[in-house]
Structures are given as C-alpha cells and as structure tokens.
Design a protein around this ligand. Sequence first.
Ligand SMILES: Cc1cc2nc3c(=O)[nH]c(=O)nc-3n(C[C@H](O)[C@H](O)[C@H](O)COP(=O)(O)OP(=O)(O)OC[C@H]3O[C@@H](n4cnc5c(N)ncnc54)[C@H](O)[C@@H]3O)c2cc1C
Length: 397
Amino acid sequence: MAELKTRVGIIGAGPAGLLLSHLLARAGLDSWVLERRSRAHVESRVRAGVLEQSAVDTLCRAGVGERLVREGIIHHGIELRFGDRAQRIDFEQLVPGRNITVYGQREIVKDLIEARLAGPNAHEPVSFEATEVGLTGLAAEEPVVHFTVGGQRHRLACDWVIGCDGFHGVSRDWLPKAGVKTYERTFPFAWLGVLANVEPSSRELVYALHERGFALHSMRSNDISRFYLQVSPDEDLRAWTDERIWAELTCRLATVPGWSLRTGPILEKNLAPLRSFVVEPMRHGRLLLAGDAAHIVPATGAKGLNLAVADVRLLSNALVAWYTHGSAELLDQYSETCLRRVWRVQQFSCWMTRLLHRFPSDDAFERRIQLAQLEAVATSRAGATSLAENYVGLEHV
Ligand SMILES: Cc1cc2nc3c(=O)[nH]c(=O)nc-3n(C[C@H](O)[C@H](O)[C@H](O)COP(=O)(O)OP(=O)(O)OC[C@H]3O[C@@H](n4cnc5c(N)ncnc54)[C@H](O)[C@@H]3O)c2cc1C
C-alpha cells in the first residue's frame, strides 16, 4: 500500500476535474487527479463544442486559452429551421457584445492535460487508469481516497475530495442517502452524433425541427462538421450506414431553397441519451461535486460543459479563500450558488428540447402548438432575445 497526501483529491479528469486542478495549482495549492480511463481515451472523446463567453474568459485567464483563441470560431448567431422557414437568431442585435465560441471539448481537455503535465505545474500528479476508487473518513472530516494503479493499492489522504467523475462516476454515491434529493427526467429519444471530415455547409449552427425529428448541424473547425439526429432511445447504431445518415441529415436539414448539405467521410458515430438530472445538495462535509457528477442537462442548449466550468470557477475561488484566509463562507454557499444557475440552465435546456424535438406522445394539436411556439420565437424580438440571452450564457446567475 502506497501512502500519499494532497490537499485536494479530485476524481475524474474530464474538463471539470482538470480545470479545477489547474486553477488550484495556479493559486499554489496542490491536488491529485484520479482518472479511470487512459490519457489517450480521455483526449479522444468527442463531446461538447459550444462555449459561452464566460467559459472562454475563465480558460484564457487560467492561461490555457492560447489555442482556443487561435483556433476557436466565434459565432454571432444560430439558425432555426422549421416548416420551410429559416430564422437567424442574431446575437449582435439581440444581446450586443455577447457571442459563443466553437471549440471542441477534447481540445480543451488536451490543452489542460498539456498544461498539467508539461507546464510549470508538471509536478502535479494525474493518475490515469485508476481503478477501485473508494472513499473513507468522510464522517471524521479526514477523507482518504483509495485506488489502484498498475496493480498497486494507494491511500491518498486529503483535506477535501471533489467528485468530478461525470454522470456515471462513483462519487455521487458517497453522499449520504438521507438529506439528498435527486431529480431526473429521461427524454423519449436519443441523439445520434456524427463527426465528418467535411467543410461545414453553414457558417453557424443550424437547429432544425422536421416531421421526422430534430437535426443539428454544428462544426468543430473549418474542415470538420458535427451533426446530431434525433433517433429512438433504443436505436441500433449498426443500422445507420453512412449513406443512411447523409440521406436523413439531408432530408431534415436541406429544407430551405438554395441550401444544400455537403457530405464527406464519416469519422465517428455515437449514440447519446437525452436526460436531465440534478442532485441536491452538491456538498456533504469534505466532499463536493462539480460538473456532470452533480447535474446533467439535455444537450440541445449546449450547456453541460459551460455549467461544469461555472461550478469549478466557484469552487476554486472557495477553496483558495479557505486556504488563504481560513474563510469557509464560499464553500458553505457553493451548493446553493451553483444550483441557482443549474436550475436556470435546466429550464432553458428542457425548453429548447421541447421546442425542437418530435415527442412520440404528441398528437396533431401538440405539433401545431410546437410550430406556433417556434413562430413566436422567430417573429417576436422578446422571444428571440430570451433564447439568445440564455444561449450565450446567463451573466448574473
Ligand atoms: C453528445 C453530447 C454533446 C454535448 N454538447 C455540449 C455542448 O455543445 N456544450 C456544452 O457545454 N456541453 C455539451 N455536452 C455536455 C458536456 O460534454 C459535459 O457536460 C461535460 O463533459 C462535463 O464535464 P465533466 O468534467 O463534469 O464530466 P466528464 O466529461 O464526464 O468527465 C468525467 C471524468 O471522470 C472519469 N471517471 C468516471 N468515473 C470514474 C471513477 N470511478 N474513477 C475515476 N474517474 C472516473 C471519466 O472517465 C471522465 O474522464 C454534450 C454532451 C454530449 C453527450
């Protein structure tokens, strides 16, 4: 058994865990990150790509924004398509000075790992392929994380343990059952995600509601396009040949005269369920949760990664205040402050999901109401402004 010690033990090397460890290191606080997957696996996972300005600012201020600023693509609007209409939601007009940046989550993860392993904080450890992760000592406020790497058991004594291990992690189970409440909703469809080696067909993201279901045209760079198709939750990925994917995307997206979809080699396909989940509170004693470990929002609003960054921003400030001034105030407020934003974002993400997907239970009446709602967003400045405000990110929550 190897005996180790650190101030902050962090479970999970996704964006939340890596960014937290990086922010702490910049404040002179040591931490230890445990990740159950390999570095190669973590760096190759394709997921989010839309960053709010506040997330970009956080990454830049943390010194890991150089490539993001160079390669990220700033967008000043998105497009909604429904019926035979295309309506641009113009951020410059509706929320002047605010926008989004398209930059892949895996690029953020690579930048953070690079900063951690090769930068001035290279001495800060990340243990990849850590298994059998467990926690003891929480009741006595002397937490110890146990884990195995390369067949050897380790015992890591910490002041604080932060669960950043995503929705399928273990740390949420360490909260006591009594006093903890969870809220969950599973949507009756999933997203088939497609990464393709083809120049985007649109300069901005296109969100489409079609008779056959939702489709989203996004991008990761000037050469790589990202698409999502609403499919049934038990869909068999093997049934989706490349030809079928392009035909379905063309059918749902190319509904506007003069617009056509560029096609090319498909690099990756995956299925993701759409769900909402929140655990309250996000703290028990010396254990705190951040990011997807504590909350999931349906991906339609492009908010999960942004919420994870917002949690970590608060948490790093709270831990720094505790270590430098002995002040527990921010740590005590952490859960409540995060949850205020989480529920606002949950509301927006669910609203956008309801607006843009075909719900199997909807009858003809509901479908007409849905189109009327889209019409209201498209034609009312107040409606479009509300969408734009939420999409670029809530500033004061
Ligand atoms: C299809 C899709 C599209 C999305 N699009 C967007 C978007 O455009 N914008 C946006 O903001 N968000 C988006 N999201 C959401 C976003 O990807 C997540 O919110 C984000 O990954 C959360 O980061 P995290 O660090 O909290 O969790 P994760 O990224 O899930 O990281 C958790 C880490 O913990 C590790 N781990 C798990 N269990 C253990 C364990 N027992 N021990 C040690 N390590 C463990 C995992 O391997 C993982 O590396 C999307 C998600 C999906 C699925």
